[in-house]
Write a protein that binds this ligand. Sequence first.
Ligand code: ZN
Length: 259
Amino acid sequence: MTGNQTPNSIGLNTPARRIAIFSDIHGNYHALDAVLKAIDDEKVDMIVCCGDVVGYGARPNECVNAIRDRKIPVIAGNHDHACLLLTDISNFNEIAKAAVIWTKDVLSEENVAFLRQMPLTIRDTANDVFFVHASPKDPGEWNYILTMGEARTNFNYFNERICFIGHSHQPFIIENENGNLMCPSRPEIDLKDNRRYLVNVGSVGQPRDHNPDACFVILDLEKQKLEIKRLKYNLAGAQQAIIDAGLPRELAERLAHGV
Ligand code: ZN
């Protein structure tokens, strides 16, 4: 269930050469700060965030402020909506629930207003790219895309050449050539004219693919390349902030294991 005041989609229409995409910051400002600095070195024209700016980590306001200050187009994730009481959290585990309640209480009024106006999808016409947090099929239902069958279905729910998602915190690239789906294991691919792509950009602030490094993606439309990047950041700082905030200890521990 989503609130009426939340817009469904916004449009972008500025051609870009290089785009950085990231998702699932989850209040981990230590990771976000490192990723934004790395992206500055990448000389991109545009940055997009696929949602879940808050929830789990100890610095939600700093994360929202950074996104606002840089005017980064950002879509809503389920934890963003949970912290606004716009989605049901009965299926969240106890730790996630505790983090949502803590985050809801510390978010500034301006940041609540900002989170509330984030759309569920972004359609970028100039660059032929679509962005959604969980799945193009049901943007507000927060379903995971975990199998090739689910990926195949979801290719029918966007018209653009590339769709970027987050949500599972596990990065992947799925290529679709006339209904033939391939999932390359290498992190960098050359884009082909006759293929479409579904890309999970992983997580900045809470990776869950057994690699604790922050994750983001660079799409180079000039060179027709796409790369999943990993980055070490001040993980101990993020863990200490979680403990200092009185959030569940498990949230600090899991960061070190990438789970
Ligand atoms: Zn998430």
